[in-house]
Design a protein around this ligand. Structure first.
Ligand code: FAD
Ligand code: SF4
Length: 483
């Protein structure tokens, strides 16, 4: 049984968290580790079977994170993540594009944001491996980035207006790379496009439970559920282990290597509690801004695609001049949305979501809350002027790039999405210990046997969905510490 009470106190490796970062790291680590290796995984939450989730109809994403944090600053800004075995794989939507090479070089190419200490080439082989594990459905003949191998599954079927966009922009618009299965063979259900993917009723999207459970069933691994990591124990230069709370009492386990993969809200707070202070720890918190829009069409019927988010557009993203001036936009086109009310024209509308990147601001922070140390305090004052400029021009930008469609009118919703649920930036990676928390391999600058994984290490997020990059980066880090 992978889930049990830890029987010993000494391990080769302790991993904190069972989401994308912890699980994909383990997948790669176990492939190289000795047969005698002993690994302890600490997971704060419990395991909920898919059938029990569906029975409970647990679809309210805005309720996911609020019990675990306190918030100051912008009262409308929400932070959404999922606590429990599998982390965000349980509630994610399954959109899995890569970052563009330029996303890693924002400062040197466009003079905004930060450069990453690694580039697209460093991650490329790991993108391939992560995509294979996710068994992505995607289009092999179109992408603005280089790919070495084909997708595991054929691409999802586009809607009629999306097909027109694909013909108009053959290298910039195509089927969304998706962890929602297109056909049988991925070991999970086939997507039937009902569009409530945060709790897929037919289990069509990748989760740890349906796609990577083998790492937790490995006999070398012990998983302690309901085990909340409190501190990384260390002597100032070497991590010695982890103190965690379980069954109402504090326990300690020691290890040669510790991996912190608790997400961008909890990673900095656990480091802060461990007396690993740094001027940038918990700062530069950011996530992309989402803007919803609808394009009303004249005579073209939408819907009829084979999944929820069917199309991805780079027309406002892969653009050097634009990115020096204002945020890039990843354009998602949807196969689910509100129908029109006019008789005979119900389906003549294309739902869109614009996902805009943000320049991180040190004033946006996650800190331990002195009044309630059990909850991180998230302080958010707002997104960057760089992003706002792009929001202000969203209407005219859409009118331009959607011109190949028979457009009646475009309506951009003035309310921003409460959250893209892509939390980034609070333990940034970099080459200089003075301006970053971890190095290019995600090794903590001070404790060289501590890895910090996940999008907390991203110096800047770009507009693309982050989880494929989280998985690829975690696998790369495993390779780097196992040489
Ligand atoms: C509704 C929704 C839709 C999304 N859709 C997409 C999408 O389509 N595409 C995409 O790329 N991304 C999407 N995301 C984002 C995605 O879920 C995150 O990027 C991803 O889950 C982050 O992975 P992670 O492993 O770093 O952290 P998490 O997945 O958050 O995992 C962290 C783990 O650590 C555990 N943990 C936390 N604190 C402790 C502690 N103290 N001790 C022990 N364990 C602890 C948690 O229980 C959890 O298991 C979506 C998110 C949401 C909420
Ligand atoms: S569109 Fe429907 S079937 Fe497909 S992943 Fe989402 S919820 Fe599941």
């Amino acid at each position: 049984m992978p889930f049990s009470d830890p029987q010993q106190q000494t391990y080769d490796l302790i991993v904190i968290g069972t989401g994308f970062a912890g699980s994909f790291f383990l997948e790669r680590y176990l492939a190289k580790a000795a047969a005698s290796a002993q690994i302890l995984v600490l997971e704060r939450g419990k395991l909920t079977e898919h059938a029990d989730r569906v029975a409970a109809r647990a679809t309210d994403t805005t309720a996911l994170a609020e019990p675990y944090i306190s918030r100051t600053g912008d009262p409308d800004k929400r932070w959404i993540f999922s606590v429990g075995f599998g982390g965000g794989t349980n509630c994610w939507w399954g959109n899995a594009p890569r970052f563009l090479p330029a996303d890693f070089e924002m400062r040197s190419r466009f003079g905004v944001g930060e450069d990453w200490p690694i580039g697209y080439d460093d991650l490329e082989p790991y993108y391939d491996r992560a995509e294979a594990i996710l068994s992505l459905a995607g289009s092999d003949d179109a992408a603005p980035y280089r790919r070495l191998t084909g997708y595991a599954q054929p691409s999802h079927r586009l809607t009629a207006p999306e097909e027109l966009l694909r013909q108009a922009y053959p290298h910039q618009f195509f089927s969304m790379p998706s962890a929602r299965a297109r056909v049988h063979g991925a070991g999970r259900g086939v997507c039937c496009a009902n569009g409530i993917c945060q709790l897929c009723p037919v289990d069509a999207k990748f989760t740890i439970q349906n796609g990577l459970m083998r790492v937790y069933e490995d006999p070398r691994v012990t998983v302690a559920l309901a085990a909340e990591a409190l501190t990384i124990d260390h002597d100032g230069s070497v991590a010695r282990g982890v103190t965690y709370a379980r069954n109402g009492r504090e326990q300690t386990a020691t290890a040669d290597l510790v991996v912190l993969a608790a997400n961008a809200i909890f990673n900095p707070v656990i480091l802060e509690r461990s007396s690993l202070a740094h001027p940038l720890l918990g700062r530069r918190l950011h996530e992309q801004v989402g803007v919803v829009a609808e394009a009303f069409l004249d005579g073209v019927e939408s819907f009829g695609g084979s999944t929820s988010v069917t199309g991805i557009g780079y027309m406002l993203y892969d653009d050097e001049a634009r990115r020096r001036d204002r945020a890039a936009v990843l354009l998602e086109t949807w196969n689910v949305g509100t129908l029109r009310t006019e008789p005979g024209r119900w389906r003549q509308v294309l739902p869109l979501r614009l996902v805009l990147d943000v320049v991180p601001d040190v004033a946006n922070t996650v800190r331990t809350n002195p009044a309630d140390p059990t909850k991180p305090q998230v302080h958010y004052i707002g997104h960057s002027a760089y992003t706002q400029k792009a929001i202000d021009q969203a209407q005219s930008d859409l009118e331009r790039v959607l011109a190949p469609l028979p457009i009646e009118r475009i309506v951009v919703d003035e309310r921003l999405a409460v959250s893209e649920a892509h939390i980034i930036g609070t333990t940034s990676m970099g080459n200089d210990p003075a301006t970053s928390i971890v190095d290019r391999d995600c090794v903590h600058h001070q404790l060289r046997n501590l890895l910090v994984l996940g999008s907390s290490t991203f110096p800047v997020g770009g507009p693309a969905n982050p989880s494929l990059t989280i998985a690829a980066q975690a696998m790369r880090s495993a390779d780097r510490v196992m040489v």
